[in-house]
Design a protein around this ligand. Sequence first.
Ligand code: ARG
Length: 582
Amino acid sequence: MKDVQSELEQRVRVAIVEAFGPDGADADPVVRPAADAKFGDFQANGAMGLAKRLKRKPRDVAEAIVAGLGDADGLLQGVEVAGPGFINLTLRADTLSGAIVGLAADDRLGLGLADDRADRVVVDYASPNLAKEMHIGHLRSTIIGDALARVFEAMGDTVIRQNHIGDWGTQFGMLLEHLIGSGWSAESAESSGIADLNALYQEAKKRDDSDAAFAERARQRVVALQSGDAASRALWQGLIGESVRHMNAVFTRLGVKLTDDDLCAESFYNDKLPAVCSDLETAGIAERSDGALCVFGAERKEDETPLIVQKSDGGFGYATTDLAAVRYRVGDLEADRVVYVVDSRQREHFEKFFDAARRAGWAEESVRLDYVSFGTILGPDRRPFKTREGGTVKLVDVLDEAVRRAGAVIAEKNPELPTEERDEVARVVGVGAVKYADLSNDRIKDYVFDYDRMLALEGNTAPYLQYSYTRVASILRKAGLTEAGALGGAVRVGEPAERRLALLLLRYGSVVASVGEALEPHRLCNYLYDLAGAFHRFYEACPVLKAGDDALVMSRLALSALTGRAIRQGLGLLGIGVVERM
Ligand code: ARG
């Protein structure tokens, strides 16, 4: 039995039905890990709700449940009613030890497979607008999306990654017009390098803002591009090719799983857009308003801003493409869940377009649509993060700086480390720190980007967890054992620090599952931080290699190895690596 918590929950449920009959059948025993050891190991608080419904005293209801529960066939050492009707449950030491042995035999660390759902999940993430270098504004979608995709995969879902790159909009009209005007060809774009394109984009933007004739030509250029004009297309291909190469290089450095196979650009949907509009119009979902084709809410409000699917000049936009995309994802990719990882400023767009997609029948109610939104990365001044000069912060620069600083931290901590190894450790720690600092925040909130804090070896940071992992690795090295080698034997959970660590280890699976449900990676971060803390306290209180008797040494090695495994696999789900020493 790995999952003591669900086992106990089941027992409490049976006790409730025994005591209160079918009345109690849908009561929720909610057995959760106790917030503090003084409440035992787990706490059940179903008695309160049930008492309310039965109009009885909560404590009486709790007493009745406790009487029925007994020692849960020997699983429990203590059961008591506390406070207004909580039930505190304390496991017997050998129950806990047995559960740990079960966990040690399971590569998945108790993470169940979601085979009852085994969804086909499309995860739309990263999805930058091309023609500009990847910058800090692309970081959150890229790493939150990647972490969620990994978690879904680990839970047994079939994940289809979609990088919905913006390769088709007005920015390309501007850029192409500017380039063609300056005598560029497809070949020169291929060989130019994205840094130059970045500058060109700025120039084009400046002209577009200040020169009305240019702006008009740029608009016509989009039309030419979208209707297949050969010269525009050729140069466009060159730009996209270059942008995609640069994007992939950033993904590689970030350790993000997106590849060319996951690309599904806005332009892919081009030939599907007219049908989106005509189908919406025929179904009476879209209507003409001031020349534009618009979707209003089912109950149209006054002054409502509609979703525009075709502009009055005949052009299609972002919303039209998203409608075509959801139709494709559900219809062709057969997704039963589509997860969009996009910043919170697009909330209104997603609400409106989900509503239109539902009404059009392109995403039936059985298909889950999730808008996973997130806040902004702020600079030290608590304003959106910019360079000192006020420019956009490039992602490559952020990674370079984090790795450089990580190198300095490592050099100070462990001067003996050979240079080559130190460089590799600095890379894993630096990139991990940037990703973890993002993932460990509640994604809805803004957060301040702070190199010193994210690279600190103490606190809720990647380096702290990576360092904790190296502690385990070093214990195993000293014992001359591999992780697997340390996991075969009997376990004896006795000391309070061992207990606490064991209980946390047993939660791994349910924490990961809750990340997949709530779409909140920070839950896993908080858990790993607690786990590492419990490990350090265990290590201080309970000698491992000098434990005295061999059985106890092996038992503590097993707890250590399991901790290492949980940290490595947990960080792995977040897309963050570990090292053997640092
Ligand atoms: N390219 C868009 C942007 O940079 C994000 C696209 C998100 N995905 C989507 N299906 N709308 O704002």
